[in-house]
Write a protein that binds this ligand. Sequence first.
Ligand SMILES: [Zn+2]
Length: 72
Amino acid sequence: MLSSLRATFVLSLSAGLLLSSCEQHKPATTTPAAPAAPTAQARYECPMGCAGSQSSKPGKCPVCEMELVKKS
Ligand SMILES: [Zn+2]
């Protein structure tokens, strides 16, 4: 009787700990640790905004062959 009471107490205690630890870990998982997109680097894009024309270096658009323009 007493041991089962203690078991439920420990269970609820650990459940509460789990919940609180989850809440603490939430902001860490939602915020990206390392930026995947190179936003600081110069980007070049077709002035026509063609899909797949974005490049990290100057060149020509693979779609319409226009000169890529630098994007800030
Ligand atoms: Zn283009």
